[in-house]
Design a protein around this ligand. Structure first.
Ligand SMILES: *Cc1c(COP(=O)(O)O)cnc(C)c1O
Length: 378
């Protein structure tokens, strides 16, 4: 299927190609100096002490939860309206994800009040997701965490460059995770980053990223070490130099491309305001979004299949973000969730449609999509 307007598209230019070629010619492909530079630049971009690059966003989330010492018997409160990796990565540690409601159809982020109601003596942490690039309302969430002495993990996969009250998403929790998957705001194909201001967590994540070993191949190559000890059964979640060099180039593009995303979203919001039959979440949310996706909610959930088909017939790709995690077979069977467990989340999930959004999209493309939306609902 070739789309007239795809859901997403990425910008890869000569700079990326040149950078990859340089790395290939250097013949050092595994984690080394380019990765260190990527980590340094990413930490500087966010204003955090530590940034550790990894294989993908899911590995970042696994390391974040593991480094906090989560284990069987613990509970972590997390939204159900997110990509399944957010919850899977909690389950990897043996801890149970406890799903919390979103604020409502106007703000699809996890609600602080609902988080607080789900706290038990087993609760150890809160994992938030900045849905679509819109930062969560962090003040009340951090308040709940402080009152109950819980750790906070940010899944910031959608939110590189987003701001909450002037401060970057990914700098609020004990630890935050980014994904550089192919369709994310900053891409390395596959890749991710864990960031933290806590030295103890950074140290633990560094070890667990590479087998629990106390030195790296890179250290030994440079003559800084001859051998190593293993202090924990770690993983191999290392990124490579090819991806890190892509990340460095893409990081330079991020501000400009996020700005373009914002222009396109502003245009969507203006044009769709007069279209009956749908609403736009985060229309009154005055924080700076990274605009990873542009979600709308149809008034009538029964209309969704024909709506999607109608746009498809005009060559416009859409998606759904997301089927709620608590209703996936594994989560129903393992943790006992059923339909009706999270009514606010379920309502939004059955009405949500994601419209195309990517920096290379033209103003005309937004007009084309809005025209098709109007016809689909009319
Ligand atoms: C993409 C994504 C992830 C997983 O990242 P990968 O790099 O694909 O492993 C995790 N959480 C959210 C919210 C995501 O969108």
């Amino acid at each position: 299927m070739s789309w007239k307007i795809p859901l997403a598209d990425i910008e890869i230019g000569n700079e990326e190609i040149k950078a990859v070629e340089e790395v290939l010619r250097s013949k050092w492909l595994s984690m080394g100096s380019v990765t260190q530079e990527f980590e340094r630049k990413f930490a500087e971009f966010l204003g955090v002490r530590h940034a550790l690059a990894v294989t993908n966003g899911t590995a970042a989330l696994h390391l974040a939860h593991a480094a906090l010492g989560l284990t069987a018997g613990d509970e972590v409160i997390v939204p159900s309206l997110t990509f399944v990796a957010t919850a899977n990565s909690i389950a990897y540690t043996g801890a149970a994800p406890v799903f919390a409601e979103i604020e409502g159809p106007d703000a699809l982020n996890v609600a602080a009040m609902d988080i607080e109601q789900r706290i038990t003596p087993r609760t150890k942490a809160i994992t938030v997701v900045h849905y679509g690039g819109y930062p969560c309302d962090m003040d009340p969430i951090l308040g709940v965490a402080r009152r109950h002495k819980l750790s906070v993990i940010e899944d910031a996969a959608h939110a590189p460059g987003a701001l909450y009250k002037g401060r970057k998403a990914g700098t609020f929790g004990d630890v935050a995770c980014f994904s550089f998957f192919s369709n994310k705001n900053l891409t390395t194909g596959e890749g991710g980053m864990v960031v933290t201001d806590r030295d103890d967590l950074a140290e633990r994540i560094r070890l667990m990223r590479s087998h629990g070993m106390t030195t790296l191949t890179w250290d030994r190559y440079r003559g800084h070490a001859h051998s190593y000890d293993v202090v924990a059964p770690g993983f191999n979640y290392r990124i490579d130099e090819i991806r890190s060099t892509l990340g460095l180039v893409q990081l330079q593009r991020l501000e400009v491309s996020n700005r373009r995303r914002q222009e396109l979203v502003d245009k969507y919001r203006n044009m769709l305001a007069s279209v009956p039959g749908l609403s736009m979440p985060f229309n009154d949310w005055h924080q700076v979004s990274a605009n990873y996706i542009f979600p709308v909610l149809l008034d009538d959930r029964l209309q969704r299949p024909t709506f999607i088909e109608s746009l498809k017939a005009e060559g416009i790709q859409t998606s759904i973000h997301y089927p709620p995690i608590h209703l996936f077979s594994y989560y129903r069977e393992r943790y006992g969730y059923t339909e009706g467990s999270l009514p606010i989340t379920e309502d939004a999930c059955t009405r949500e449609v994601t419209l195309p959004l990517y920096p290379l999209m033209g103003d005309k493309d937004v007009e084309t999509v809005v025209g098709a939306v109007r016809r689909a609902l009319g």
